[in-house]
Ligand binder design. Structure first.
Ligand code: ADP
Ligand code: MG
Length: 325
């Protein structure tokens, strides 16, 4: 879908990476630049998807326990980065999580909860140390048969960084990129003011904001348990799996939003910190020069010092009309 209006705004919405994506550019009649960026996102989806049998990721997984697969430089570097985030998060972020994601089948198998023995068996296959790199041939292998990769916690961020790179190269000075909730801003708004980004209230329907963040040239990424989940016997099961237990993480957070310069970093950080919790997450943020907004289970909201004056808190819960009646 394309929309062009008189204020030289080009807006395109498209499906890729298993989600709805949106690119808006301002004050530049460069529809071709947006097209180029969209082509790149689709190319990355084809390369990095765990659901497409021809993707490089699927080829690595199919060859688990057999041998190395040569991959594109970008895939190689992204998997290296993913492993780096495994190392700094003590294994909370782990792209070998795929067998567990498949076992749980969140949003695919209804309210299915696996047996403990199945979880334990599957956990044997989850270990980022089993990803082997050959830097000379740019090849990757998985040590054990049955292991498989899932870049769902980092690929959207990397794709968003790529969109930014392409648009900037084409001379675009003002843009808003949203790849399934991974937001990247370029420059300032067309009126010269900084961007104002609404941060989703994890307890309210999509589009109801917890507060507004004022930024220029930043990425904003949120992970939460409110998007893909089911509830069984009063327990909420969601799509971020703790590799230490093999179960959806029993996080003390309802959501975490990370603000920094690199969207791939922010994406991996949100997934890792959602599992680790706020306290263990803070050193990770520091290491990556990132800021964050935490929504805790007790409904308190915490903001790191670097963005304190840029975040305007609105409301935590949905307003209830005529409460007294
Ligand atoms: P979303 O994709 O909803 O924006 P995240 O960025 O937090 O949310 O990524 C969650 C996805 O990452 C899951 O759907 C799954 O594909 C994958 N994943 C789940 N648990 C982990 C984990 N511990 N480490 C890395 N990736 C994970
Ligand atoms: Mg993520």
């Amino acid at each position: 879908m394309t929309k062009i209006n008189t204020k030289e705004q080009i807006v395109k919405t498209f499906l890729a990476l298993g989600t709805v994506n949106n690119i808006q550019i301002f004050n530049a009649k460069k529809e071709y630049a947006v097209e180029k960026a969209i082509d790149r996102v689709i190319e990355l989806d084809d390369m990095l998807s765990a659901f497409k049998s021809d993707s490089e990721i699927s080829r690595i997984s199919r060859n688990s326990g057999i041998g190395f697969q040569k991959v594109h430089e970008d895939t190689y570097q992204l998997i290296r980065k993913a492993v780096l985030f495994s190392e700094i998060s003590n294994g909370a972020f782990d792209i070998t999580i795929r067998p567990l994601v498949k076992l749980w089948g969140i949003n695919k198998k209804g309210d299915f909860v696996p047996f403990d023995f199945e979880i334990e068996e599957t956990l044997e296959l989850v270990n980022f140390n089993d990803i082997k790199f050959d830097s000379k041939t740019k090849s990757i292998a998985l040590k054990k048969a049955g292991q498989s990769l899932d870049l769902g916690g980092i690929a959207k961020g990397f794709a968003a960084d790529e969109v930014k790179r392409i648009l900037k190269k084409e001379g675009i000075k003002s843009a808003l990129i949203n790849l399934g909730g991974n937001i990247v801003t370029i420059g300032k708004r067309p009126d010269g003011k900084p961007w104002q980004i609404g941060i989703q209230n994890p307890l309210a329907p999509t589009g109801e904001y917890l507060g507004v963040l004022t930024v220029t040239d930043k990425t904003i990424v949120t992970s939460g348990s409110n998007e893909r989940f089911f509830i069984k016997d009063g327990v909420r099961y969601h799509h971020i799996i703790d590799p230490r237990t093999g179960k959806p993480s029993g996080s003390s957070l309802l959501s975490v939003t990370v603000i920094c310069d690199c969207s791939a970093d922010a994406d991996a950080l949100t997934t890792a910190i959602f599992i680790l919790g706020m306290e263990k997450g803070l050193p990770l943020l520091k290491q990556c020069n990132a800021e964050a907004i935490f929504v805790n289970e007790d409904l308190t909201v915490c903001v790191t010092p670097g963005i304190m004056d840029k975040f305007e808190f609105k409301s935590m819960t949905q307003e209830v009309e005529n409460e007294e009646q």
